[in-house]
Design a protein around this ligand. Sequence first.
Ligand code: V47
Ligand code: SF4
Length: 401
Amino acid sequence: MNNNPNIHIILNNPNLVTPFKKIGEKVLNGERITFDEGVLLYQKAELSYLGALANYIREQKHSNYTYFNRNFHIEPTNLCIYTCKFCSYSRLIKQKEDGWVYSEKEMLDIVKSYDNQAVSEVHLVGGVLPHMGLEFFTSLISKIKAHRPELHVKAFTPVEYHYMCKRAKVSYHEALKLLKESGLDSIPGGGAEIFHDEVRDIICKDKCNAEQWLEIHETAHNLGIPSNCTMLYGHIENYEHRVDHMERLRQLQDRTNGFNCFIPLKFRNKNNEMSHIPESNILEDLRTYAVARIYLDNIPHLKAYWPMIGRTTTQLLLNFGVNDVDGTIDDTTKIYSMAGSEEQRPAMSTAELVKLIKNVGRHPIERDSVYNQLTDYKEVEPPQPKASNNGFIELPVIGKN
Ligand code: V47
Ligand code: SF4
């Protein structure tokens, strides 16, 4: 089912100017657009045109399917030695009273608290602290796997990997090999922000740089560890910076084919050092996702992280290239506050998420972490949530790396 105006109607519009006709033809022919064309799309393309192109690509690649998985998050700590200006979640070491640092046992207890739930993935990521190094995390991951071998461990970002390698005086290859042997299955997309130095030097100067981020993902891909990638947009960056960011990801993907999905992350401005910067509006959000779908022709999936972007925008984005809406869980105990999130209650059960997807005419599929289909919810009734806390469901957290 195609929810957008037919791409041919858009492309046959006599008012469509030559560069956009050419880009449209490239998309129809499965050809790649250039850097300049990416920038032009951001600057000048009509939203309906972008939506038609992005939706065409989405449906060519994934038909009407919309994926989600059942996962939970663990953050070892919200203290961090780094000082990214956009980070509204972690606390500086000097503000320790607001922070937490979990022990290995506490984190294993969190894993065990999901023993009776049909979750398929744990997403493990947090701030960077000196004592949480390579040894600490290899031990933690191997104990998680010993307890629940089939649970997919998606863990850490190049920010943490770079720091732990430096401290342990080992290469990226050695560390990732060791972590893989301990049970690491994949790497989430965080820490990418905006690669270009003009932006990175201002918003997150002290953590791993673009080259290190890309090298760590390339090393992981070469070891058979798949990963995701992100872009933090809507702050001080311009369109050239965004396309440069996607260009670097596209080039790496050409070499390794190791990225599963791209996740544009809308900058939220509450409780951080960039609060004076207004947030992007919804039109800019739709535009950003659509251009990403068109530009990143070699990355299979485009994900909307619904707890941050919001439910309604997520539904709209399903017509602007998005085919994945991240995770859900059906039972929980606590709610984190997530400064600046669109959602007052950023948590959804499987049943709610299935409904959200079906309400905009899409076909919900529960997937595992590497996009194998687990359950087709077109006909199947989703499980009803076990409301352990007045119906509230634990929300995934953001702001790490
Ligand atoms: O790298 C931090 C972002 C990222 C803010 O791979 C912010 O499946 C908006 O990468 N406003 C971490 N964004 C989260 C992340 C992620 C999330 C969900 C799924 C996956 C995946 C990855 O969060 C950080 C940073 O770019 N972030 N602060 C903020 N104020
Ligand atoms: Fe630390 Fe990550 Fe926050 Fe930066 S974004 S301060 S690396 S937790």
